[in-house]
Design a protein around this ligand. Structure first.
Ligand code: IPD
Length: 316
């Protein structure tokens, strides 16, 4: 409830910034300065304002909690992650979209306990979409339970050729871009090498919005290497609580997965590699087949992508 109230509280500042009105009307607020000289990884006055508001409100309510935010981390450098309740915030995910008035952009607020996200709230103010998820209690879009579609509308894909992948080229415009693009091309052309080949690929420019497409049941898979914990913490709760599965590079997480099916450790949102697969209904008469298909699709995807090295992001 606190996270929802705060996301709504910062909504007007977000919208004013997006439409350049009110206190954010000055062009200087949108100088969209590139972090460490990288224009693709930008920050505006709105990012900093929203992060400051969120952290000051959260500190008043939970003085003993810890805080990790995209902009604060960029300023402070190293941040040690503990098992304490920790709020992980991205004030404007998809800042590049925000600067271009491209509406897939929003606020992401998550609470992690023992390093694992248990609450996730994503607010996409321009689309008026509020996603909420609490570990063990399901996830919702504007109060409607996710996924939005159920069988028979929600199909049971058995290969990548029936899947829409959402991904991004990421904000690290460096040599690793070749590996990212080669990986995506391989996925699209996998058919030529005896594989299935993706049905389609989409880039929307914000990890939160990409993962919300998986939670809704619209896109089958999301894959990106190089994301930070603040990009995916809230979304990982919303996806898993919608019946989706998240693979963190070493193991699986899904809300109702039997103990034997998932890694005996928390979902690792810190290692910058993530694959999410939407809820897949079981095949008729085959209980558990939906979960098996989620893994099969992710495994198939991972055989075609390169293991791209990520530079340290200061969280450890
Ligand atoms: C970025 C977005 C983008 C992803 C980048 C992220 P930011 O977040 O989520 O989709 O490709 O890797 O850094 O920096 O705009 O909050």
């Amino acid at each position: 409830d606190t996270a929802v109230a705060l996301a709504k509280e910062v909504g007007p500042a977000f919208k004013d910034g997006f439409w350049r009105k009110g206190q954010f009307a000055s062009a200087d607020d949108f100088a969209a300065e590139g972090k460490q000289g990288n224009a693709a990884d930008c920050v505006t006055a709105v990012d900093c304002h929203i992060e400051k508001v969120l952290f000051s409100r959260l500190r008043e309510i939970y003085p003993h909690h810890k805080f990790v935010g995209e902009e604060t981390t960029a300023e402070c450098g190293e941040v040690a992650i503990t098992n304490d309740p920790t709020w992980i915030v991205d004030p404007v995910d998809g800042t590049n979209n925000f600067v271009h008035h491209f509406h897939f952009t929003g606020v992401s607020i998550s609470l992690a306990i023992n390093k694992e996200p248990v609450v996730g709230v994503i607010y996409l103010p321009i689309l008026d979409e509020l996603y909420t998820g609490v570990r063990g209690q399901g996830s919702f879009l504007n109060g409607q339970r996710l996924p939005l579609f159920n069988p028979p509308t929600l199909t049971t894909p058995t290969s990548l050729s029936q899947c829409m992948l959402v991904s991004e080229h990421g904000s690290s415009h460096d040599e690793t871009m070749h590996s990212r693009m080669r990986s995506l091309t391989r996925l699209l052309l996998a058919k030529e090498h005896g594989g299935a080949g993706l049905e389609s690929l989409r880039f929307a420019g914000a990890a939160t919005s990409d993962m919300s497409l998986v939670a809704k049941g619209i896109a089958e898979i999301h894959w990106e290497i190089g994301l930070h914990a603040w990009d995916i913490a809230a979304a990982s709760v919303i996806v898993t609580e919608s019946g989706g599965a998240v693979f963190d590079g070493a193991g699986w997480w899904g809300s109702d997965m039997a103990e034997s099916e998932r890694e005996p450790r928390p979902l690792n949102i810190w290692n910058r590699k993530i694959v999410s697969v939407r809820y897949i209904p079981d095949l008729p008469g085959q209980p558990g087949s939906g979960r098996e298909l989620q893994r099969r699709l992710a495994r198939e995807l991972l055989t075609h992508v390169e293991d791209i090295p990520c530079s340290p992001d200061g969280l450890h």
